[in-house]
Write a protein that binds this ligand. Structure first.
Ligand code: NMX
Ligand code: MLT
Length: 427
């Protein structure tokens, strides 16, 4: 992985130069302000972080570097990790070198399997993923080097080592979780002739179809990163900013991803679709489906897979999944219901309670489950694990770059109501 390390090193130098120039133009310049609404409203829309792995434009969606979602969605996840962390796609040789390195590190230690097999049978797969990674924390190269006395400028290099060790093990870990939790517990061996996503598809043992392997590739590409302020990436970065190593930081990020307003929405979407199927049949008419959606809202529930804290258009990742579905799963009943929901939900959400929903459009989670279901991966409790495997690439890249740039511990200031009242009185 020499080329990856060198690519990151060069990227850190470029980014540092940009930051130096920004600081030269005015370290104390005001570029954003905070409203009372934002202080009490989850800081949505507040610009208070820099993240150079990816950027989410409210109207055109996810960019990695200069590439739009459409421009990178045909790549391999390994190429995406390279892009996230170096700002460039790898050439052939760098890709092969990176993949070889992943192969060498792919084996999950026996003690992790022992931990996972000792859990209650109905443990959520996201708990197993987070715990599986945390169980390996003792392997952290960063931690060992830090204890020996590591220079700050080298933090990122050993964090990269940890990232490689974690990323390499994710296909085996995730597939093993699936087979322990939903199968007979026998693990399918890793195949070093396959790439990262190909191995995951193979070791799940669900489907040998090439379409499924391609869906895994697309899935792991599309969920990789979504700038720095989302719950899981931000959590991971905050934890790592205390110099808790990447095992702690990744596990923490995954714990955030496990919430139904974030990554768990993908399992909730399929649950929602299956309920519609059970109650209204495979081909509900628009009128009854509209009523179902409105009843769901009136009973105080969200429509999973719709809305976003940043996006204000249909998520291009949703569109990429829908295009895949049109090409590969057009006749599937879940896919058809997901498409009907796309036709109806935005108008309903736009009009709901005077338009209080900021974005009525589908996000990444609205379609992905139907595609997995089509290929026989129908245990929807597992879906967020796949989201997590992909999103760990973003956590790793964000933390490596932040450490490379010498970013300090994250510690924003909180205030009391009294402070806000006094401030308002002053104005
Ligand atoms: N269904 C019903 N109500 C919604 C929805 C939705 N899909 N989206 C937003 N709202 C409500 C929201 O609950 C809030 O209501 P209240 O004032 O009563 O608390 C109101 O609209 C305003 O919220 P927004 O400002 O539009 O959205 P916010 O930025 O707070 O939250 C989400 C963003 C993504 C958490 C929210 O849209 C949501 O809960 N969506 C459904 C869950 C989901 O799909 N999450 C996945 C996001 C992507 N990911 O993978 O992480
Ligand atoms: C996403 O992938 O949509 C998220 O991580 C949620 C977000 O960006 O807020």
């Amino acid at each position: 992985m020499d080329n990856l390390r060198e690519g990151i090193q060069n990227h850190i130098i470029e980014l540092q130069l940009e930051i130096d120039n920004i600081f030269a133009r005015g370290r104390n310049s005001v570029v954003s302000e905070v409203t009372v609404g934002q202080i009490y409203g989850g800081m949505r829309g507040l610009v208070a972080l820099a993240c150079n792995t990816s950027y989410v434009d409210p109207y055109s969606g996810l960019y990695i570097g200069k590439y739009t979602t459409n421009e990178f969605s045909d790549k391999l996840p390994e190429e995406i990790f390279f892009l996230l962390s170096t700002g460039k796609f790898p050439d052939k040789e760098s890709l092969a070198d990176f993949q070889n390195d992943l192969n060498k590190r792919a084996k999950v230690p026996q003690y992790t399997w022992d931990v996972l097999r000792s859990l209650p049978k109905d443990t959520h797969p996201m708990t197993m993923l987070s715990l599986g990674i945390l169980s390996m924390e003792n392997e952290s190269v960063f931690k060992k080097e830090y204890q020996k006395g590591l220079q700050k400028a080298d933090y990122w290099k050993y964090t990269l080592e940890d990232a490689m060790n974690i990323l390499a093990k994710l296909p085996e870990l995730a597939a093993g979780i699936y087979r322990i939790r939903f199968g007979d517990g026998n693990l399918i061996p890793y195949d070093s002739n396959l790439n990262w996503s190909g191995n995951l598809a193979h070791m799940l043992g669900v489907n040998d179809d090439e379409g499924f392997a391609d869906l895994m590739r697309l899935y792991l590409v599309l969920h990789c990163d979504h700038e720095g302020g989302n719950v899981s990436a931000f959590t991971s970065r905050v934890v790592n900013s205390a110099l808790s190593d990447l095992y702690y930081a990744v596990s923490a990020g995954l714990n955030g991803l496990a919430g139904p307003l974030h990554g768990l929405a993908n399992q909730e979407c399929l649950r929602f679709i299956l309920k519609i199927h059970d109650q209204l049949g495979a081909d509900p008419d628009d009128k009854e489906l509209k009523k179902y959606i409105i009843d769901t809202l009136d009973s105080g529930n969200v429509i999973p897979g719709y809305g976003h804290a940043v996006l204000r258009v249909t998520d291009p990742r949703f569109t990429a999944f829908m295009n895949f579905g049109n090409d590969n799963c057009a006749g599937n009943h879940c896919f058809k219901i997901a498409k009907k929901l796309f036709k109806l939900v935005p108008d309903i959400l736009s009009a709901y309670k005077g338009g209080k929903v900021a974005s009525p459009w589908p996000n990444v989670d609205a379609m992905s489950g139907s595609l997995l279901y089509h290929y026989g991966l129908n245990q929807f409790d597992f879906y967020t694990v796949l989201f997590g495997v992909s999103r760990v690439m973003g956590f790793c890249a964000q933390n490596i770059l932040a450490l490379g740039l010498g970013q300090p511990i994250i510690r924003p200031k909180s205030v009391t109501n009294k402070w806000v009242i006094d401030k308002l009185d002053e104005n």
